[in-house]
Design a protein around this ligand. Sequence first.
Ligand SMILES: [Zn+2]
Length: 297
Amino acid sequence: MIICDTHCDTTNMRVFHKDETPCVTMENLVNGGISLQTCALFAGSKGMADHPYERAIAQLEELNRLGWPRINSPLEAEEGKVKILLSVEGGEIFEGRVDRVDEFYGYGVRMAGVTWNNENEMGHPAKHGSKEGIKPQGWALLRRMAELKIAVDTSHLNEAGFWDLIDNHSQPVMASHSCAKALRPHFRNLTDEQIRAVVRRGGWIGVNFYPWFLGDTGKAVAEDIVTHIDYMCQLGAEKHVGFGSDFDGIEVWPDDCDSPAKVHLILDGLRRRGYSEEALADIAGRNFLDYYRRLGW
Ligand SMILES: [Zn+2]
């Protein structure tokens, strides 16, 4: 079975939080049977003060130094081998420049989040509740992303920007690390209408493992991740949902599911709820690869 995970912040932790211990290690990826781990190049939490471009390059250099095997197309994922796909978290890394989209495409970036929690040249974050959609400069970059078949990631983006993309972007959108708002009202989670729209447009959602997005106590277990996946499937997302752990970007994690080595607990939970082996293979990885096929890969 091909297992994909569409978000971790390991490179940012390794470069900028050296006192912390990453749980996304090659050993844990191998033990978890992960075939495709998406590693985000994170723009930083302080907007331009964090020098997003330089910060992204430093994370890229760390990955090069680690020597983890990277792929240029998600469809190169193989069972039994760990491969790394690159993403961008926070469009400020591009600094409003279309040529930067090409530059990061050249590095292997195949997924880019419009915003993190700060406003940038492309759009507005969910965190600040702006009613503004995608900015004109954002569309210039998004058009180039679509030409290069780079997926647009709406996790962290405000609702107006999300709907702007649903209505006006030429490609189906994804949310790499978000949960269901009906189960846990949080600005980072997706409403039922958003989940249905992602399905309708042929997009994809990676359910986040962060206890504060799964419930309101700050504590969680793998079964809570199962509940969010199951909920999205009930809304029609059984071919459009998977895993977006957010490992190494979260300061707490589910008690029993504390590293990539434990994702089998989620599959076990889905199995107990009556999901077939075919459905498990879809959720574990096939849905994500099929999404990229719809982007033209
Ligand atoms: Zn994030």
